[in-house]
Design a protein around this ligand. Sequence first.
Ligand SMILES: Nc1ncnc2c1ncn2[C@@H]1O[C@H](COP(=O)(O)OP(=O)(O)OP(=O)(O)O)[C@@H](O)[C@H]1O
Ligand SMILES: NC(=O)c1ccc[n+]([C@@H]2O[C@H](COP(=O)(O)O)[C@@H](O)[C@H]2O)c1
Length: 288
Amino acid sequence: MQDDYVFPTERLVVPRLEPGKQPLVLVGCGSFSPITFLHLRMFEMARDHARLHSCYEVVGGYLSPVNDAYKKPGLVSAVHRVSMCELACQSMSDWIMVDPFEARHDTYLPTARVLDHFEHEINTVKGGVEIEVLDPETGETSVERRKARIMLLAGSDLIQTMSEPGVWAQQDLHHILGLYGCFIVERADSEIDQALFKDSSVHSRNALALYRRNIFMVQQLVRNDVSSTKVRLFIKRGMSVRYLLPNTVIDYIRQNGLYSSDRAPSSEPASRPTTSSSTPDSLQKARR
Ligand SMILES: Nc1ncnc2c1ncn2[C@@H]1O[C@H](COP(=O)(O)OP(=O)(O)OP(=O)(O)O)[C@@H](O)[C@H]1O
Ligand SMILES: NC(=O)c1ccc[n+]([C@@H]2O[C@H](COP(=O)(O)O)[C@@H](O)[C@H]2O)c1
């Protein structure tokens, strides 16, 4: 990891928590090649869902673009993907941040390790997040620190892969779903089979059923089916992608000539993870 890395915290909000609510930080892991409006919208949907239907209040949101070593087709260099995510957040959001830690790491990082990084930075290094506390007797407010819950934010296609063999290490699933949890935004072409979560199903011993209470399903009340794959295809064909992603990102893509040819996405050398079965190659094979 490079020396100039600084964990971004400048957009963490300081909410006045209602009684019984706990602070929550959402971590969106993905390729973001390129980032679309739907990726940003996922954070808004999850924040509403948390406020209305859970004991959590979102205090921060992070995009964590995957490392180049993930080698997913269509992945342009992490330098570009991080830049596009930063442009999107700067121009479109006042609370979503980009953490380049995973993208800049020497090797691919399984999602469990990425969430550990957020837990470490927010709850160990910072000692938690700031929240506003109201003294009911005096009516005065003060700011105090509380540990934040860290959760993964993903689309329903990702949670489906959690029951596919070879994509996730079992110990990672127990770690991600048991220790952290996730907000899952439904995706048009990835209907969730509820049997995945039922104790009586054949999946009852798997992590999805075991930690069902830590998995929050977020309905898309206004369906948006945009995907990075479609955006890349449109650009390659010379078609318009306006209103599918921020103009700042469209300008960046044009200036850097991204996605217009089948050029290899990155020339950076990638080393392999050795700690679990979740190697980039095994993940991509399992998902083909
Ligand atoms: N239209 C969508 N609805 C719900 N979730 C989505 C949608 N598009 C992306 N996501 C989710 O956003 C996260 C990050 O997306 P990522 O860039 O990895 O995938 P993607 O947009 O499907 O890209 P690609 O098309 O390159 O596979 C993933 O968890 C994915 O499930
Ligand atoms: N074993 C793992 O940790 C594992 C498996 C599959 C996807 N992921 C993550 O999910 C995110 C999205 O991946 P896809 O773009 O392949 O859906 C990426 O950040 C990737 O690292 C992690």
